[in-house]
Design a protein around this ligand. Structure first.
Ligand SMILES: C[C@@](CO)(OP(=O)(O)O)[C@H](O)COP(=O)(O)OP(=O)(O)OC[C@H]1O[C@@H](n2ccc(N)nc2=O)[C@H](O)[C@@H]1O
Ligand SMILES: Nc1ncnc2c1ncn2[C@@H]1O[C@H](COP(=O)(O)OP(=O)(O)O)[C@@H](O)[C@H]1O
Length: 284
């Protein structure tokens, strides 16, 4: 079979603020969070196959190919669209796993967006978002394509305009699993150590916070250390359920200079905030 690969970007996200506002009866927590895409991410090379097979040529260490979100996204679209076509996938992984940067979710969203076009499925953006949330709470925002305020578990999205900004992102040497962080948050609710954040309009709108941060720093001192290092230059925050932490700066020069002054053992990068997802085409 003659395979013709095309490259599609899968950007990382930052949660510029993340409030936990309640809990659904199925145990999922309700959020109020501002998502921003950044110019750092994975790349996925995709070739259409005429035999219907979904082949991941670059398995991620520690993730069974069948449970990889790229493969699950392709199979889900096959089922939903009835397409008889298949795909070969090559993932160039840069986004650290368990980093709160949404790597797996972004990979899944990119596969859904790309194969919808390559297979000619013709599903709307909204239909793809409905499929995407079955794979993970973070998938819909990547399909939505604009920086967004997300509510519900991440499926109620409202586009937001954000000023140009650069980010120093640090990756402490730990990988944080999302489920246990929410579980611990729930336990601490019972003991009164954490609370649900009431409506955001009652807060100072400029105040940014992450309600999962205290839970994660209690479990992982390395996350606290990274926050302390960045604290010397501004007000850093953890993204998502961690482990990455970031500091927003107004210029690229400022961001680079902060990054350079961090000690060499701090793993991280400088990224620009994007206005939209690179695959966003303006269509609703
Ligand atoms: C916290 C956030 C914020 O952006 O980001 P990450 O740190 O994972 O990137 C997300 O809401 C995470 O979304 P995602 O990573 O897709 O989570 P999922 O795979 O759907 O859920 C993993 C587990 O976390 C818990 N979970 C997840 C989301 C949510 N709103 N409430 C929850 O209680 C559930 O126990 C679920 O089984
Ligand atoms: N293509 C993929 N890329 C990253 N993680 C994946 C992928 N497929 C499945 N996973 C699983 O999803 C988990 C969450 O990964 P990821 O979304 O990158 O981090 P986070 O939820 O912290 O933003 C990983 O620990 C891994 O087990």
């Amino acid at each position: 079979m003659n395979l013709h690969f095309q490259r599609f970007p899968a950007p990382a996200k930052l949660n510029l603020t993340l409030l936990i506002t309640g809990k659904r009866t199925d145990g999922y927590h309700l959020l109020d969070s501002d998502f921003r895409f950044i110019d750092f991410g994975d790349d996925i090379d995709i070739a259409v196959r005429d035999d219907g097979c979904i082949v991941l040529e670059t398995p991620t260490p520690g993730v069974e190919p069948e449970s990889d979100l790229t493969v699950r996204a392709a199979r889900l679209l096959q089922q939903a669209s009835g397409s008889r076509l298949g795909a070969s996938l090559r993932v160039t992984k840069r986004i650290p796993m368990g980093g709160g940067l949404g790597g797996g979710s972004s990979d899944a969203a990119t596969v859904l967006l790309a194969l919808n076009k390559l297979w000619g499925c013709g599903l709307s953006r909204q239909q793809l978002m409905t499929l995407g949330v079955q794979l993970g709470a973070d998938v819909p925002v990547f399909i939505f394509g604009r920086n967004a305020r997300a509510r519900g578990i991440g499926e109620q999205l409202e586009a937001i305009d954000l000023p140009a900004a650069w980010y120093v992102v640090c990756k402490p040497p730990v990988s944080v699993p999302t489920g246990p962080v929410f579980q611990l948050f729930s336990q601490k609710l019972l003991t009164g150590e954490v609370r649900f954040s009431i409506m955001r309009s009652l807060f100072d709108a400029t105040q940014k916070q992450n309600d999962l941060q205290s839970v994660v720093t209690a479990m992982y001192p390395a996350v606290n250390e990274a926050l302390n290092r960045l604290n010397e230059y501004g007000s850093p925050l953890m993204t998502g359920s961690g482990a990455c932490v970031f500091l927003e700066l107004e210029s690229e020069d400022q961001a680079k200079s902060v990054f350079q002054s961090l000690s060499k053992d701090m793993v991280g990068f400088v990224a620009k905030g994007l206005a939209t997802h690179p695959l966003y085409d303006g269509e609703a």
